[in-house]
Structure formats: structure tokens, C-alpha cells
Design a protein around this ligand. Structure first.
Ligand SMILES: [Zn+2]
Length: 106
């Protein structure tokens, strides 16, 4: 038994590729691609889309609904320390390196 979902890309069925061609001569169509479901991919967008392009098309079409799921109404911040230290490049020359170190306040 095949375990799949149809690609959620809104224009997946409009891409001119041979693997989308279905039907008999005189009534051929370009069909939305199947996306096989595997255990490892269940939490990945690749479980719902056949390609990065179809994912982008979906996200661009539904951006208002997607961002409404988890609105960002204020900036988030990560506490850090900024440390300047001398370092050497591949040929032995010294330079000042800036390191950003996350501070765990938890
Ligand atoms: Zn697709």
C-alpha cells in the first residue's frame, strides 16, 4: 500500500515536467506530484511538498495565514557577552576576533 500525500504547492500541477504527465493521448494532464510519507520526514516540510519551489509558492501564497499562527508582536532577545580576543589567521598574522557568547540565564 502506498503511503503518500499530494504536494501542497498551489501550482505544482502547472510545472512542465514529464513526471507530472498523466492520461491518454487527447486527454493528457499535468498532475500534482505525490509526496511519499516516511517516518523520518513527518516533521519536515518535505513531507508535504515535492520541492523547495512548491514550499516557497505555498508560503508566499499563504504568508498572512502562516504568520497569524504565531504572531511576532515584539522583538525577542538573547542575552550575550561580547569578547574581543587576539587570534591568528591561516598564515600566522594576528587580528582581533569578536566572539559572541550566549549567556545562559536559565
Ligand atoms: Zn509540488
Amino acid at each position: 500500500m502506498s503511503n503518500f500525500v499530494w504536494c501542497h504547492g498551489p501550482t505544482c500541477h502547472k510545472s512542465h515536467t514529464q513526471d507530472r504527465i498523466r492520461g491518454v493521448k487527447g486527454s493528457k494532464v499535468l498532475r500534482t506530484k505525490k509526496v511519499q510519507q516516511t517516518q523520518w520526514s513527518q516533521n519536515s516540510f518535505y513531507s508535504k511538498f515535492c520541492s523547495q519551489g512548491c514550499y516557497n509558492d505555498f508560503a508566499n501564497t499563504h504568508i498572512q495565514e502562516i504568520t497569524a499562527i504565531a504572531p511576532r508582536t515584539e522583538a525577542l532577545e538573547t542575552p550575550i557577552d561580547v569578547v574581543k580576543q587576539q587570534a591568528r589567521d591561516w598564515s600566522g598574522n594576528t587580528y582581533m576576533e569578536t566572539k559572541i557568547i550566549t549567556v545562559d540565564n536559565g
